[in-house]
Design a protein around this ligand. Structure first.
Ligand code: NDP
Length: 469
């Protein structure tokens, strides 16, 4: 596939191979762009921003709405593309494609809701006789830098609101998974967006990332990815608006009054969907003493029932990891934990990119499988005495994206929600749940700013205060 810069589709002699992580076969290639290509894309986006700024809100709504309808029509193709390049099972790939269309629909609706407020300036001693109101205006050029694990929906969460708010956008998708992002840009152009308004540059983040982040013509950077790259981008960006959606090692607390079958179902889903490569995957499972053994047995039977293999085969419930090096990293962290005294309850083995779904019990909070982001198909079980100890361990991390608790006791649930530092809290379900309209984002090293189209359009616009004297 080609990249879209300067208002047209461009190829390059140098290419990046996009591989199917299951069997290593080359699905397609994309151009390997340079910092000069990025500069050209941003120059075009500056012109696009002028066009978008003048486009009436209703027209922005109509174009996004049309794009969403095209996405629904092509949901199967988009889902298959996601599965082929990312490795998630086909049901998850098609599911992501459907959610992506919904994200664009939600964005379309927000195009009609960009309102300001009136202010009673007489509330200030010097404001009597004056009238004030605010206007929300687009930022101009938005840069969207996206990760591999939701290669379409997380692009939609940036591109949809950026266009809804009247900006131009330059997308830099993950090099492992650029194809679904390019298909999205094709759809947006087919829906009628001006070619200058939407660009997609393909190339390694280490080569072109600084050219995107440091360019003063970019007013807003929206990044989803790892903590370290996020911090690097913040340092490089200088005086820009930034939204950072970063990683986590999400805790699930299981109190002794919980419905253990429901917990086991929730953890099996939250820990192993997309081979654990979800920013809100359940990782640290903190189980109260009395429930510990029964819960471990209930989870073991479910996890051992997860069939692994070719993600395009309907019967497969978990596919490969994105790269062999990531599967090796998970394997070595699991081995380190076992060497340090943790007990292997299920899984533990690896072949190529395929790491078996793994449960480790008796994990100490200081072990790497617990205190770092594992981002793979393994969960770490730790015994806790009571709710206060559970909250203390849940908070003993630099991350804070999603946390959950299973209990029938409303007081314990509310105490958990109030005291755990996390952008999302779930009561009686696992950490991995999201509706695309809700405010979504982390605290601490999990980032700053919120996504969800209603919230993203706020972050992708500026407020102007107007005073009539
Ligand atoms: P990375 O941080 O490795 O990459 C994310 C994006 O940043 C890619 O497009 C990458 O390009 C680019 N990039 C890499 N280096 C630079 C640089 N120096 N400057 C600018 N851009 C750069 O993350 P992954 O793709 O591996 O995704 C996994 C991470 O994302 C996990 O930590 C996960 O928790 C997090 N995540 C967070 C979410 C949230 O909502 N909070 C949601 C999903 C994932 P390239 O691919 O070319 O290297």
């Amino acid at each position: 596939m080609k990249m879209h810069i300067g208002g047209q589709w461009l190829d390059k002699d140098e290419k990046i191979e996009v591989q199917n992580p299951y069997d290593g076969s080359v699905i397609d290639t994309v151009p390997k762009s340079t910092p000069d290509d990025v500069s050209k894309a941003i120059a075009t986006a500056q012109k696009g921003a002028q066009v978008m700024r003048r486009m009436p809100a209703y027209e922005r709504y109509q174009l996004l709405d049309k794009a969403a309808r095209l996405m629904y029509e092509r949901q199967d193709d988009l889902g298959r593309t996601i599965t082929m390049e990312e490795g998630k099972v086909i049901a998850e790939g098609v599911g992501e494609a459907g959610r992506s269309a919904e994200t664009i629909t939600l964005s379309a609706e927000e195009a009609k809701r960009l309102t300001g407020e009136t202010l009673d300036l007489s509330a200030a001693s010097n404001g009597v006789g004056k009238f004030g109101f605010t206007l929300r205006v687009p930022c101009g050029v938005v840069a969207a830098i996206t990760p591999f694990n939701f290669p379409l929906n997380l692009v939609c969460h940036k591109v949809g609101p950026a266009l809804a708010a009247g900006n131009a956008v330059v997308v830099k998708p993950a090099s492992d998974t650029p194809l679904s992002a390019i298909k999205l840009v094709e759809i947006l152009l087919e829906a009628g967006f001006p070619p200058e308004a939407v660009s997609v540059v393909t190339g390694s983040g280490s080569t072109i990332g600084d050219a995107v982040a440091s360019d003063p013509r970019v007013r807003k950077i929206s990044f989803t990815g790892s903590r370290d790259v996020g911090e690097h981008i913040c340092r490089t960006a200088g005086l820009k608006k930034v939204t950072m959606e970063l990683g986590s090692n999400s805790p699930v607390v299981v109190m002794d009054d919980a419905d253990l079958d429901k917990v086991a179902d929730g953890v099996a889903l939250a820990g192993f969907a997309n081979a654990g490569q979800v920013c809100i995957s359940a990782q640290r499972i903190l189980v109260q003493e009395k429930a510990y053994d029964d819960f471990t047995d209930a989870l073991k039977s479910r996890v051992e029932g997860i069939t692994t293999g070719d993600p395009l085969t309907e019967a497969t419930k978990m596919g490969p990891m994105i790269r062999e090096s990531d599967a090796e990293r998970v394997e070595s962290w699991v081995q380190d934990a076992v060497a340090g005294g943790a007990r292997l309850v299920a899984g533990g083995s690896r072949s190529g990119t395929m790491h078996q779904p793994t449960i480790l019990a008796d994990v100490e909070p200081g072990m790497r499988v617990s205190c770092d982001e594992i981002f793979g198909p393994a969960v770490a079980l730790t015994r806790v005495g009571d709710i206060d100890r559970a909250i203390a361990i849940a908070n003993d991390t630099n991350y804070g994206l999603s946390a959950s608790i299973f209990t029938q006791d409303i007081d314990r649930a509310i105490k958990y929600a109030q005291n755990v530092d996390s952008g999302n809290i779930h009561i009686n379900w696992g950490t991995m749940w999201r509706a695309d309209m809700m405010p979504y984002g982390g605290v601490k090293d999990s980032g700053m700013g919120k996504e969800g189209p209603k919230y993203t359009v706020q972050e992708m616009t500026e407020t102007k205060m107007v005073v009539i004297h």
